[in-house]
Ligand binder design. Structure first.
Ligand code: DGL
Length: 280
């Protein structure tokens, strides 16, 4: 029923777009969507109680993401769900699509744009431990990067560095240098000229990662790529016939963790219009 209404473009103007990540990483995706659909009502859900997904098993991530998105969908009746987390998307996207009655847009490592961007034929993938081992990633590589070298490195500490930055703290530069070194110090790494930021937290640190590559003496300019532009275009297309509220409403930020822990992020969240905090 909900899907029928959706296909006829009859979503209630107040029905939100629901964004989902473990923390504030999904804001790197939301930022692009917000600039194309400024009046879209927003619910942004952060599973802080489950962070980090990158250290969990496939079974744990799939079960948790399906259960949480089921509860969130019952509570907020979103017109569309955006899994703004690479780890959750590469593991659970098909399960979530099968379970929910609305369109679900995932965030998967931007391997195709990186393969198009590299001139040397060597590019890197930074992600969580769980993301870089997924068959989904193997398939993207086989489809889009034939004859190229894709180096992979897990950089779980970057998630916490990005969280710190959005609390207004100085992110740990050593963590950023270690992440970049994990790719450029591999065989052929000196030729690397494109890097997939395959975790939605990582684009929040693009200035620090650029500086880290410079500090490590990497000679090539690196193009950092993520999937957020493509996702914004996809959502715009999927909601083409939709009606939005005339006025921008305050967005809702939901946490599965401690509500008091959100206060340090308030300055940053308010830049995204997220001012109504709730617990799940
Ligand atoms: N932001 C999530 C991603 O895109 C990962 C963070 C985590 O490990 O929880 O993969």
């Amino acid at each position: 029923m909900q899907n029928d209404q959706y296909q006829r473009g009859m979503a209630d103007p107040k029905q939100p777009l629901l964004f989902f990540d473990t923390g504030v990483g999904g804001l790197s995706v939301f930022a692009k969507v917000r600039s194309t659909l400024p009046n879209a009502p927003i619910v942004y859900a952060a599973d802080y109680a489950g962070m980090p997904y990158g250290e969990k098993s496939e079974m744990e991530v799939a079960t948790r993401v399906c259960a949480l998105l089921g509860r969130l969908s019952e509570r907020f009746r979103p017109r569309l769900v955006v899994i703004a987390c690479n780890t959750a998307s590469v593991i659970a996207l098909s399960h979530v699509r099968a379970a929910l009655g609305v369109p679900v847009v995932g965030t998967v490592p931007a391997i195709k744009p990186a393969a198009l961007a590299t001139k040397s034929g060597v590019f890197g993938l930074l992600g969580t431990k769980a993301t870089i081992r997924q068959p989904y990633v193997d398939r993207l590589q086989a489809e889009h990067a034939i004859g190229m070298t894709m180096l992979r490195h897990a950089a779980p500490d970057l998630v916490y560095a990005a969280e710190a930055k959005l609390r207004g703290e100085t992110p740990d530069m050593q963590v950023c240098r270690d992440a970049v070194a994990g790719l450029i110090h591999q065989a052929d790494g000196q030729k690397l000229d494109a890097m997939v930021l395959g975790c939605t937290h990582f684009p929040l640190l693009v200035e620090e990662l650029t500086l880290a590559a410079k500090e490590l003496g990497h000679e090539r300019t690196i193009s950092f790529v993520d999937g957020s532009d493509g996702i914004a275009r996809r959502i715009k297309h999927l909601t083409e016939s939709h009606i939005w509220p005339e006025e921008v409403q305050p967005g809702t930020f939901i946490t599965t963790g401690n509500l008091d822990a959100i206060a340090p992020y308030a300055t940053h969240l308010s830049k995204f219009g997220l001012s109504n905090y709730q617990s799940l």
